[in-house]
Design a protein around this ligand. Structure first.
Ligand code: B4P
Ligand code: MG
Length: 280
């Protein structure tokens, strides 16, 4: 296989590409994001992604989740609004997706026919779409103008491309780049030095982050952050790369004072305000 060598998306590049928040702006300027996440059994994933999105520049957030999850999310994220049983509503064309600036689907959801239908509806829209966790399955993608962003960890990527995790990990950049081109999507292959491979062949590695992130929920937080970033950046590639970098930078901030064993995913979004400010 060819040896793609990704460049690092550095702190300097993040600083140069983060968007400004204009004085004259209002919430409409930053769009409404749609997050399809969480079930009654896994409401936390929707909360973590919701916190990530609302801390990452978006104007408004609608969380499409199961009725049973709403009551748990509201006390910790009163700023969001809801589409109850939103997965069904969107999959069955009962709720329109026309008014959103970007969407993410998958954290805390199960792969199912309904999820496939909802993914299909989202891909029929003109907005950037992030597919994570329960929405990552083996499928092909038809040509569309707006970006499709897959955020698999190595086990999920292994299911998509049929290559064993060990072999994948030996040559992460190669496989990410290959499948980004084959599928015509952006692949954010998570883990140590997360690889971001764009369908046009551009490829980057992320220098931030550490083993504190090896814990349930941190991926859901990243998906939310990326969703928010897509809404406040003009350049969608910068949004993806900056989300990955800032997510890792929050974990780096954590280990300055705390053991890497102890991070909780929601604490990443607790740290984000001060970490982000240092990049501005
Ligand atoms: P799932 O049940 O699918 O996990 P999840 O809900 O997706 O968890 P979450 O969303 O919080 O974390 P994610 O990994 O998306 O279970 C995962 C299964 O896959 C498990 O059986 C696990 O063992 C396996 N698996 C996961 N990662 C694997 C790997 N690298 N190799 C082999 N098997 C693996 O997101 C985690 C976030 O933390 C990402 O942003 C990631 O980049 C970051 N991160 C994790 N470890 C890191 C590290 N050591 N250094 C830097 N960043 C790290
Ligand atoms: Mg995950």
């Amino acid at each position: 296989p060819s040896m793609e060598t990704p460049r690092l998306w550095t702190e300097a590049q993040v600083k140069a590409t983060l968007p400004h928040r204009e004085q004259e702006s209002h919430k409409g300027s930053y769009g409404t994001a749609l997050l399809i996440a969480g079930t009654k059994e896994m409401p936390g994933a929707a909360l973590l992604a919701g916190l990530g999105a609302m801390r990452s520049g978006v104007g408004k957030l609608v969380i499409a989740t199961e009725a049973g999850a709403v009551g748990m999310i509201v006390p910790q994220l009163p700023e969001a609004t809801y589409l109850q049983d939103g997965l069904q509503q969107i999959a069955q064309h009962q709720a329109s997706v026309d008014s959103y600036r970007a969407a993410a689907i998958g954290p805390g959801t199960n792969p199912s026919g309904l999820t496939e239908d909802a993914v299909h509806v989202l891909l029929g829209s003109a907005m950037p779409v992030i597919l994570d966790a329960g929405a990552l399955s083996r499928r092909t993608y038809s040509e569309r103008q707006a970006p499709i962003i897959l955020t698999p960890h190595p086990a999920e990527f292994s299911r998509i491309c049929g290559v064993a995790v060990d072999a994948l990990q030996e040559n992460r950049a190669h496989y990410a780049a290959d499948w980004a081109k084959r599928l015509g999507v952006t692949i954010v292959l998570k883990g140590q030095k997360t690889i971001t491979a764009f369908p046009d062949g551009e490829i980057w590695a992320n220098p931030s982050g550490n083993s504190a992130l090896a814990k349930g929920g941190t991926g859901d937080t990243l998906t939310g952050m990326m969703l928010g970033m897509l809404c406040c950046h003009d350049n969608w590639k910068h949004a993806v790369l900056n989300a990955v970098h800032l997510h890792g930078a929050c974990a780096d901030e954590w280990v300055k004072q705390h053991s890497p064993h102890t991070l909780l995913a929601h604490e990443l979004t607790g740290l984000l305000p001060e970490v982000w400010a240092r990049f501005e």
